[in-house]
Write a protein that binds this ligand. Structure first.
Ligand code: SF4
Length: 253
């Protein structure tokens, strides 16, 4: 077995909980993925355009819609030129058109609100809620949007999801926010939905101390399980069809 990562994140945690073998391949053995979904490139280019737009506004500038769209296109082309992506049954142009619409929806929705800081990295230590003992590695993450005691999480999604879909991440980020500031944050989940006619859905999410304790319990239990090195079994599910290690998983049998 290779070395465990020197930190953990929500993505690592959900990967491990979803399939321990995928976690092993991705984070311990650090294997090269057999496929990369174009959804990743799309989400990344959308986030970059929003980050740039918010940054400009924090500097007192107000970029035009076309400037934001151009920034998105530049980032999109850079993403798809740097790596091979799986576009499934769509064309790169179709992805690009959807991405432009999502960015425009976001800008239209938030233009009347004060700008927020974006892509803010954090690092905290998570402690066992029962014993108080901290994990030996830090928990890291990135707040998509940060204001005065408010956090916005941006999701690009194929359909509108219930807030439960994001419960673990929201609980984790509330835990981190309280560690960093001593106060809870107000959370908003901003879903950029890639339906035939793309749309934006913005919802307030209530995340309390019980949720934070739940996250800490899940994180500590999962970390102990990972550290023991004995529980990297496959977990076959509907997610296997999109797994980037599908072939490796079959060969490992
Ligand atoms: S193919 Fe399925 S069981 Fe195998 S690693 Fe991927 S998600 Fe896990």
């Amino acid at each position: 077995m290779g070395e465990l990562p020197p930190y953990f994140s929500v993505t690592q945690l959900t990967t491990y909980l979803g399939c321990p073998r995928k976690y092993l391949f991705r984070y311990v053995e650090r294997r090269v993925a057999e496929r990369r979904s174009a959804e990743l490139a799309l989400g990344s280019a959308v986030h970059s355009a929003i980050e740039w737009w918010m940054g400009e506004r924090l500097q007192g500038r107000e970029p035009t819609d076309e400037a934001v769209a151009r920034l998105f296109r530049v980032d999109w082309h850079a993403q798809v030129a740097a790596d091979e992506y799986d576009f499934e049954d769509k064309t790169p142009e179709a992805y690009k058109a959807v991405g432009e619409q999502l960015v425009a929806l976001f800008v239209t929705r938030f233009r009347s609100e004060p700008p927020m800081r974006s892509e803010e990295r954090f690092e905290v230590f998570v402690s066992d809620p029962r014993s108080g003992e901290p994990l030996p590695v830090p928990f890291i993450g990135i707040f998509d949007l940060v204001g005065d005691d408010s956090v916005g999480e941006i999701k690009t999604a194929a359909k509108k999801n219930g807030l439960d879909t994001y419960a673990l991440q929201l609980s984790a980020y509330q835990y981190a926010h309280r560690q960093l500031t001593g106060r809870p944050a107000r959370f908003r989940v901003i879903q950029l939905v890639k339906t035939k006619t793309p749309r934006i859905e913005v919802e307030e999410a209530e995340v309390g101390a019980t949720d934070e304790d739940w996250f800490a319990e899940v994180a500590v239990a999962a970390y102990r399980s990972v550290s023991s090195g004995v529980a990297f079994h496959p977990n076959p599910s509907w997610m296997c069809g999109r797994c980037e290690f599908w072939g490796a998983c079959r060969r490992a049998a």
